[in-house]
Design a protein around this ligand. Sequence first.
Ligand code: SAM
Ligand code: SF4
Ligand code: FES
Length: 324
Amino acid sequence: MEDIPSIDNHQNTSGRRKIFLRGLIEFSNRCRKNCYYCGIRAGNRRVERYDMPDDEILQAVDTAWRNRYGSIVLQSGERNSAQFTARVTRLLKKIKTYTNGETGITLACGEQSVDVYRRWFEAGAHRYLLRIETASRSLYARLHPDNATHRFDARLTALRNLKDIGYLTGTGVMIGLPFQTADDLAADLLFFQKMDVDMVGMGPYIEHSDTPLYRYRHMLLPPARRLELSLQMIADLRRLMPHINIAAATALQALHPTGREQAIRAGANVFMPNLTPAKYRAQYRLYDNKPCLDEAPLRCHHCVASRIGMTGCEIGYGEWGDRR
Ligand code: SAM
Ligand code: SF4
Ligand code: FES
């Protein structure tokens, strides 16, 4: 992979590219949806469901804060109950107070009403990640059940609402899906550009044996090709949108031990060390071979620092690292 052009807003004076850390906290695997690709879909009865209690979440936040990660990502399955949305609001306020407002908070909790998005924004979240999964309507329809909970248009509207409210908005897609064509991937890149998103998290699709999409695994590209395609997408997107944040998705590491480092070399500038306590990780298995399942958060922390060191980039400690 050739070197990418410089990313001017993310360089220090020595010219080394800066990589920003976002501590990932997978705080609940309960989900109302049934996306055909996802291991924690509601219909998968083999998953033991959990909600991390507040004190454990704050402990993970503390790890991020003490180690000077600029921000955290709170990720969960999608739930719309008033109880869940109010809990997230309370949690955001607690985290803001606990870290003296120093830790940036990204949410990834799926589609919600405008009202809920606004309340979460006012409580302290300033970025939101909602992958469109694919910009192709017809492919989207093949990956989701045909009902009111899984509508492409609803996802698009949710993304627009997030932008209107003022969130730094991120989206993304899966790469190497069954039925996906090269034209679909090109359309994904143009979608990011047209939406003028602030961040993108895209990574390879990886099969999960307890999901409906598994039956199409014979259609998948071999892992090495899927990795190559994902890195190519990152490199192309970096050329198209030089100033946005691009995450080195965890799924890349499921395809190759250095998948995420390769993504950084291709142009990604955000790394998300997993801070979810080890006891929950096996229950947040979105796809087979998810990395770091048995690792304690601090082990990932040390590992990530050396992984980034190997890329010749440096870590932007204590910085939110927002798109300029
Ligand atoms: N529930 C929220 C949502 O769907 O937006 C956030 C959590 S969801 C687990 C985060 C992302 O995981 C999804 O947007 C999807 O792209 C990704 N994902 C799920 N199953 C996957 C799979 N089998 N391979 C790769 N990525 C997957
Ligand atoms: Fe739920 Fe998100 Fe998985 Fe879909 S991708 S089943 S919304 S956790
Ligand atoms: Fe988790 Fe290396 S990133 S152990």
